[in-house]
Write a protein that binds this ligand. Sequence first.
Ligand code: PSV
Ligand code: MN
Ligand code: MN
Length: 388
Amino acid sequence: MPELRAVKTALKSQVIETPSWGYGNSGTRFKVFAEPGVPRDPFEKVDDAAQVHAVTGVAPVVSLHIPWDRVEDYTALARHAKERGVRLGAINANTFQDDVYRLGSVAHPDPKVRRKAVDHLLECVDIMDTTGSRDLKLWFADGTNYPGQDDITARQDRLAEALAEVYARLGAEQRMLLEYKLFEPSFYTTDVPDWGTSYAHCLALGERAQVVVDTGHHAPGTNIEFIVAFLLRQKKLGGFDFNSRFYADDDLMAGAADPFQLFRILHEVAKNGGFAPETGVAFLLDQCHNIEGKIPAVIRSVMNVQEATAKALLVDLDALRAAQAAGDVLGGNAVLMDAYNTDVRPLLAEVRAEQGLDPDPLAAYRASGHQQRIVADRVGGTQAGWGA
Ligand code: PSV
Ligand code: MN
Ligand code: MN
């Protein structure tokens, strides 16, 4: 059996990065329901992220999306984060919003548009230099809607060229994380549709280019834990965008739709050394909260990831390997299910108490008065939304 003290230590040192955009008004393409008190600027988003960290103790990093989080002074934003007890994490580039990107960004047929997109990515690296961020996270909406619209191979060439230019600009400690997504907004071809395409580009770029697995970006039924195991083995798993999906890229709370899948994924992470800080796997949330309270939803998601992590750490690997070596099919499966079926909530409550935290983060947040304060204070100005 795994040693309980080691499990607790691992749980205490876990780092979950929360998304700035999860704190703003966001939702489906049909309606975004506004919530009173949401942040009006990136500083207030950082304030909300700090609240999540204050009650969970494992969310000390907030990732930014540029230009949604554009500010005049990134040093000031980084300082603000530090004062609030958190730090700025991955810089997510956005080359999917401007009208000029109608036919794509880095893979656009027009070199002028490609230049604009690459310049934006380079600007994101400048920002990383200031914020001290390690990761440039890239997701491209690029692709086509109709057969014949553009040349699939030429688009790959343009993409490779753009990535190479940006990769060359990275500092020695910085990484490029390339995210894939099966479809949407492009519906016929997507230029980075799957882990294999991302992996191939990262391999060509070099060691510091790695793949991001967004759990909502696969075809239904895809075995995501296989992808995770494969990428870890190849030292190419840069990180996760955790969220839940029932249908497509639903961006619901991590661990809400399929906690067993989250456990299976994190079991592969645990078994293959993915929780060791030197492996560098980033554990991000990428979620949009439309009908539920935003800060509590992020807290709940963090707790769901913690619960799945605890279960994954409780897998008796010696027993598992013994069963596998003996060809004991049911035995191996039982070892995994025993861990999955363990109620880890008391363990996590204990871990939090040992860290001086309230064992119930959601109750602690409710008692903090932060929600009432932001509703009262954040009036006027434009409340941040998905894209604002
Ligand atoms: C695209 O669907 C995506 O998953 C990318 O990670 C973006 O950065 C994010 O969503 C924006 O919400
Ligand atoms: Mn994502
Ligand atoms: Mn997505």
